[in-house]
Design a protein around this ligand. Structure first.
Ligand SMILES: [Zn+2]
Length: 471
């Protein structure tokens, strides 16, 4: 196995050597389900998707776990504002997340554990930390991790332990901690907040604790790869390492992969920056989901990626080029004999693709290999020097590489006809203009064309009638 990945902890590109031969265990920090995820979040999720797809394409078995944080301050606040339970709020946004993920062709993780379903595992972890002297209880019943008991704290984020600031999710004056750097493992019950009756007393888990407990529950005390956005390095992942290794005494994660920010308008895309774009809104505005996927995966995961109308336009052009190529190959009939050089062109593209992806998921060079293949074969199509058999071979090769990329139209599923796409766009415009009569009429017209549309809080979604709505 020649796959090499950049590990944040060591700062080096190192060979992937699964803990169990042939089986890669991966944990990705997933969404906090208090609102719809934005495309900046999806850049991080889709980078993990490409990683998983690639390792499987390379013949490895992969177990992929992505958590759903369904209890935290933001969820509690949001649910209180709407006067509903956190379960109801979380359920709505989990559904939205999964729908967006399917739209963007994200591989469904093998396990999508919800924090609230793993309280016993979290409690057990805290009990071990208390027994081992790495945690302590404060007067109000909250439990903190004692950073002074863990000398290697700060290695992942390359922090000077003495200069560390307080974890972002806990106000320093909110609890009576021994040390301002210590982070909360278990939050004592507060009036009006959800809580669980446990051996630790009534309360709820801290965010960092969730990921340690759930990753180790499904992947073991030591697993291969942990992914997340670069903003999670500190304090979230630093805290995960400390509490996991302090409890188990063995290394937690072998390779840490962090995805750089998606930027829009020159700044990191973030809800707090007010510059977010959401999947459903973009689709409603006429963006092709495959073009959106392309725009989010086409740059190397460790480089900043700028999201704009221009980047979406370039992505749409690239996807259109792939589509035109598939159509050309599908309809091509060449009378000429097999060109003995064509298999080398196809094999060369595959080799260049693999070499690029092996090298820390070099997606740009991998895509370049795909488009080199497109150009070379298109030249032969134009010259009618391609045999029908080689056209089929080229299409097979492209579809095989697309198991990693997820960009081609599904085989057997024709793209939407232009007139149907126009009806969908017109209905979106009618809804935006609050022209309900036109919106209803267009819905009927679409139904006559075999397209069912549904309206959600996040906008209009369409599907082919007869397919499940979550497909
Ligand atoms: Zn996490």
């Amino acid at each position: 196995m020649n796959v090499r990945l950049h590990d944040t902890l060591t700062g080096a590109v190192q060979p992937l050597e699964p803990f169990e031969a042939g089986h890669v265990r991966i944990y990705s920090c997933g969404p906090t389900v208090y609102g719809p995820a934005h495309v900046g979040n999806f850049r991080s999720f889709l980078f993990a998707d490409v990683l998983v797809r690639y390792l499987r394409w390379r013949g490895l078995r992969v177990t992929w776990v992505m958590n759903l944080t369904d209890v935290d301050d933001k969820i509690i606040r949001g649910a209180a504002q709407e006067g509903i339970g956190i379960d109801a709020l979380a359920a709505r946004h989990i559904e939205g997340f999964l729908a967006d993920a399917a739209t963007l062709r994200m591989t469904t993780p093998d396990v999508l554990p919800r924090a609230t379903a793993h309280i016993p595992q979290m409690v057990a972890l805290v009990e071990t930390l208390l027994e081992r002297g790495h945690a302590y209880r404060t007067d109000d019943g909250s439990i903190f991790f004692r950073i002074a008991s863990w000398p290697s704290y700060g290695r992942l984020a390359r922090l000077d332990p003495d200069a560390m600031r307080v974890g972002e999710r806990v106000a320093a004056d909110e609890y009576s901690k021994d040390d301002a750097r210590d982070f909360v493992l278990w939050k004592a019950v507060k009036p009006g907040e959800p809580s669980w009756e446990t051996a630790l007393g009534p309360g709820r888990p801290g965010w960092h604790l969730e990921c340690s407990a759930m990753s180790m529950a499904y992947l073991g005390a030591t697993f291969d790869i942990h992914t997340g956005g670069v903003d999670l390095v500190f304090p979230h992942h630093e805290d995960e390492i400390a509490q996991s290794e302090a409890a188990t005494g063995v290394p937690f994660v072998r390779t840490w992969l962090h995805c750089a920010h998606l930027q829009m308008g020159g700044r990191k895309m973030a809800k707090s920056e007010g510059n977010i774009a959401r999947v459903a809104e973009l689709l409603e505005g006429g963006v092709d989901p495959r073009a959106l996927r392309y725009a989010l995966i086409a740059a190397h995961y460790r480089t900043g990626l700028s999201f704009s109308d221009e980047s979406l336009g370039a992505a749409a052009a690239a996807v259109a080029r792939l589509d035109a190529f598939v159509t050309a190959l599908t309809t091509y009939r060449g009378e000429g004999p097999d060109d003995p050089r064509t298999p080398a062109v196809i094999g060369g593209a595959r080799e260049a693709f693999t070499t690029a992806m092996d090298d820390d998921l070099g997606i740009s060079a991998a895509l370049a290999a795909v488009f080199d293949l497109v150009r070379e074969v298109n030249r032969r199509i134009a010259a009618r020097s391609l045999s029908t058999a080689d056209a089929a071979r080229a299409l097979d090769a492209l579809r095989d590489l697309d198991r990693v990329l997820g960009l081609l139209p599904d085989a057997g599923e024709p793209e939407l006809a232009a007139d149907v796409r126009e009806l969908i766009d017109r209905r979106a415009a009618a809804r935006a203009a609050r022209d309900w009569a036109a919106s209803d009429r267009l819905r009927d017209e679409l139904a006559a064309s075999g397209i069912a549309v549904e309206d959600s809080r996040d906008g209009q979604r369409w599907r082919r009638a007869g397919t499940p709505s979550d497909a």
